[in-house]
Design a binder for this molecule. Structure first.
Ligand code: SIN
Ligand code: FE2
Length: 227
């Protein structure tokens, strides 16, 4: 409907802004373009600080391979993998100490992104920190080691851009490919919570904040919280 009070113009701008910033991937899943751009330098700094306490490491897979992505964790629970399988652990197997606490900046970002995608009250207890060097990749998988599937996954991309694989509920479903840039956030939950996803080999490139690396933060509710 035409308006003559000048409001249609600004409403249109808002609409286009929203379309540019929020790309629905599937029911329950969205790509929030640039959602974390403003605080990205502080996120990278926080990651560097945490990695001095709990260093990045290439985990061993249950099959005896070595992951090309280097990982560490902050929060109460850290995702680990070795010959005996995948699981969440309260302490870092390298040091025997608890993982670095999840900084408020990260916790707050995760909550705001989840809310923007339709999941209010997201309180993650685990933040997996992935570091991709050139050619590192993550093959199609489901995030299925969490004690509850009721909460979404919130995934923040930093540094070198990469191609995200967004599949279906079966491993054989042909994935769609979406470019993920510095500051982009992907949220998936509800009917999309068990969607297969992955990352294509990261190209050799450099980013002013992260050098040759792509960094990724993945926030999860991994354990059942005490009431
Ligand atoms: C993951 O699936 O845990 C990470 C996804 C990503 O690096 O974008
Ligand atoms: Fe994942």
């Amino acid at each position: 409907m035409m308006r003559h009070d000048g409001r249609q113009g600004s409403a249109m701008i808002d609409l286009f802004e929203d379309e540019r910033h929020c790309l629905p991937l599937d029911p329950g899943a969205a790509l929030l373009g640039g959602f974390a751009s403003g605080i990205a330098p502080a996120l990278v700094e926080a990651i560097d600080a945490m990695a001095t306490i709990a260093p990045f490491r290439h985990l061993e897979t249950p099959g005896g391979g070595r992951m090309s992505v280097a990982m560490t964790t902050c929060g109460e629970l850290g995702w680990v993998s070795d010959r005996s399988g995948y699981r969440y652990a309260r302490t870092d197997p390298l040091s025997g100490h608890t993982w670095p606490a999840m900084p408020l900046l990260l916790r707050d970002l995760a909550g705001r992104a989840a809310e923007a995608a339709g999941y209010p009250d997201f309180h993650p207890d685990a933040c997996l920190i992935n570091r991709y060097e050139p050619n590192a990749r993550l093959s199609l998988h489901q995030d299925r080691d969490e004690a509850t599937l009721a909460a979404p996954i919130v995934s923040v991309s930093l540094g070198v851009s990469a191609t995200f694989l967004w599949g279906g509920h079966r491993r054989t479903d042909r994935p769609r490919r979406h470019r993920l840039h510095h500051g982009d956030v992907v949220v998936w939950g509800g009917p999309a919570r068990m969607t297969f996803h992955g990352v294509d080999p990261v190209p050799a490139d450099t980013h002013p904040l992260t050098g040759p690396y792509r960094l990724n933060l993945t926030f999860r509710c991994a354990g059942l919280r005490r009431a």
